[in-house]
Design a binder for this molecule. Structure first.
Ligand SMILES: Cc1cc2nc3c(=O)[nH]c(=O)nc-3n(C[C@H](O)[C@H](O)[C@H](O)COP(=O)(O)O)c2cc1C
Length: 279
């Protein structure tokens, strides 16, 4: 399998010529996802990248999935009429320019302030749906205001009927077109590399904090830490947990019990229960 994942091509001999992805700020020059990924590696601290990219434990499943996807290839057909090419199709009975939607990813506020609104704007600009995560750091209502958006909302099975019923009601109220049920996450994966960046469930290690401080362009473009400060200023994480419990924030507790505590999860859970997201 390893050969499918090789970073080298036949145009390279022992790493020569040296190749670098484009990591500059002019996104028009980013030619591929690999360029964008290289830029995010330059801008973001390690703990954020571990959340974004790491797999559970030895990452065996992650690597097997990547290898499996590498084996899917286009089958070229020649000498056929290609003048009328189109990717357009129907999704849930409505036309879409391509058979794609932006998948839900939680805690996007860790990567960029108001990331879900930005993703929704991107999706709307090309006419594909955006699936907002149940762990979103942006309010459902803010995303729903994006003009021309096909707004879908993702729900988990956990959390209890009270939570998902309320979410479903709110999704209907803001005009979500569909609910997307995630069935493969009864508990969160045990992501060792993510956990190695912390000394406890709620505390980043000193080296992680130093690393984060050394990425000013990241902390200037994300409100995640500022929000965390504000939440934590209200008391210790234990008090915060109690506050969430008092308010019946089951989803947050589920997340916290799994060691995935962070500002985004808490905020998302507060938001779940219909309280305005903390600013
Ligand atoms: C950082 C990250 C966060 C994710 N958060 C969620 C989530 O909140 N809800 C969900 O249903 N799926 C979530 N997923 C799963 C993705 O929606 C998607 O199903 C998965 O990444 C597989 O697609 P891919 O092969 O294109 O990465 C997340 C994935 C990543 C990498």
């Amino acid at each position: 399998m390893a050969k499918f994942l090789s970073p080298y091509s036949v145009a390279q001999l022992d790493g020569s010529p040296r190749r670098d992805y484009y990591t500059g700020a002019n996104l028009d020059r980013a030619l591929s996802i690999a360029d964008l990924r290289a830029r995010s590696h330059k801008l973001m601290p390690r703990f954020v990248l571990e959340y974004l990219e790491a797999g559970a434990e030895d990452e065996t499943t992650l690597n097997r999935e990547r290898a499996a996807f590498e084996q899917w290839l286009f089958l070229p057909r020649t000498l056929v009429d290609v003048s009328g090419r189109t990717l357009s199709t129907n999704l849930l009975g409505r036309p879409t320019p391509m058979p794609a939607a932006i998948a839900p990813t939680g805690l996007n506020g860790l990567f960029r302030h108001r990331a879900d609104v930005a993703l929704a704007q991107g999706a709307a600009s090309v006419g594909i749906p955006f699936i907002q995560s149940a762990m979103s750091t942006d309010p459902m209502e803010a995303v729903s205001k994006v003009s021309g958006l096909r707004h879908w909302w993702q729900v988990y099975v956990f959390g209890g009927e009270e939570i998902w019923q309320e979410l479903a009601d709110r999704a209907e109220k803001v005009g979500c077109e569909a609910l997307v049920l995630t069935t493969n996450a009864q508990i969160f994966g045990n992501r060792d590399w993510d956990r190695r960046t912390r000394t406890s469930r709620t505390m980043l290690s000193v080296s992680t904090m130093i690393d984060a401080a050394l990425h000013p362009r990241w902390w200037m473009t994300t409100a995640a830490l500022r929000k965390c400060d504000r939440l934590c200023a209200k008391g210790s994480s234990g008090l915060l947990r109690q506050r969430l419990l008092d308010q019946g924030q089951y989803a947050a507790i589920a997340v916290m019990e799994d060691g995935r505590t962070d500002s985004g999860a808490m905020e998302a859970a507060v938001f779940h229960k219909g309280h305005p997201a903390p600013r």
